[in-house]
Write a protein that binds this ligand. Structure first.
Ligand code: CIR
Length: 256
């Protein structure tokens, strides 16, 4: 029922983009072992995992989420905000072409998939640095014929909208309120991350389960108390590259 596209960690990840974090050494072997465990978690939750071609010369290529916004009706190939990441999208478009009609954002639009949170028929787009208003307008023109609204949301102090808020269970948002105002999402309940875990708002739902980093034990307790079933993974190495669990896959519903 679910397809998850992933890509192995590039050896050049040591030269990844960093915006809000200081550089700290990434253990490539450990990063790859953690990535394999992440892929196993996706499989355990019922996804058919498809590996994109390795891109050793592209430092951030493991973060495939940023290259596309995939809806049931179409896939919008992005134009990432960091110039060093723009070459990632070609292989993502090639892989998605067999699953969805493709549409493309055009210069001067910039948008990272990590800035797009779909809640029902609304696409919330984080405006915190990587994604711009032009992209919001282009995205709206592409998806409104399919019945989606596009709403811009101010984001501060973190890389992407989905660093600050994700949907943990139907109707329940996991939010870091210092980075995004929960009032931007009317009709949803908000569960706040533990204040000592500012990077904890990123959870990846797949089917009935959800993948969550072991780096945030206090917030994990809050989620479990709220009844969210979590599959923990160690994501320490991609977190040093300012990544998180949603970033490492593009999960889409398989066509019937
Ligand atoms: C970047 O700065 O672009 C990468 N080092 C991290 C991207 C993480 N992607 C995501 O949150 N969707």
């Amino acid at each position: 029922m679910w397809i998850a596209f992933t890509r192995e960690v590039s050896p050049s990840i040591t030269r990844c983009e960093l915006t809000h974090q200081a550089r700290s050494p990434i253990d490539l072997a450990l990063a790859r072992a953690q990535h394999r465990a992440y892929v196993e978690a996706l499989v355990a939750l019922g996804a058919e995992v498809r590996a994109l071609p390795p891109a050793p010369e592209l430092p951030d290529a493991v973060f495939v989420e940023d290259g596309a916004v995939v809806l049931d009706e179409l896939a919008v190939i992005t134009r990432p905000g960091a110039a060093s990441r723009r070459a990632e999208t070609e292989s993502i478009a090639a892989a998605l072409a067999s699953e969805r009609p493709l549409a493309f954002l055009r210069e001067p639009a910039t948008l990272d998939g990590g800035d797009v949170l779909r809640l029902g028929r609304t696409l919330y787009v984080g405006l915190g640095g990587r994604s711009n208003e032009v992209a919001l307008e282009q995205l709206a023109a592409l998806v409104s014929p399919h019945g989606y609204d596009v709403v811009g949301v101010p984001v501060r102090g973190c890389l992407h909208l989905k660093s600050a808020v994700t949907e943990a269970a139907t109707g329940l948002l996991l939010v870091h309120p210092a980075c995004v105002d929960p009032a931007c999402f009317p009709g949803f309940r908000a569960l706040e991350v533990d204040p000592s875990e500012p990077a904890a708002a990123n959870v990846l739902r797949v089917g009935e389960g959800a993948i969550y980093s072991t780096s945030h034990p206090r917030t994990r307790e809050r989620l479990e108390r709220a009844g969210v079933r979590l599959r923990p993974v160690d994501a320490s190495e991609v977190e040093k590259a300012e990544g998180a669990v949603t970033c490492c896959s593009l999960v889409l519903r398989a066509r019937a």
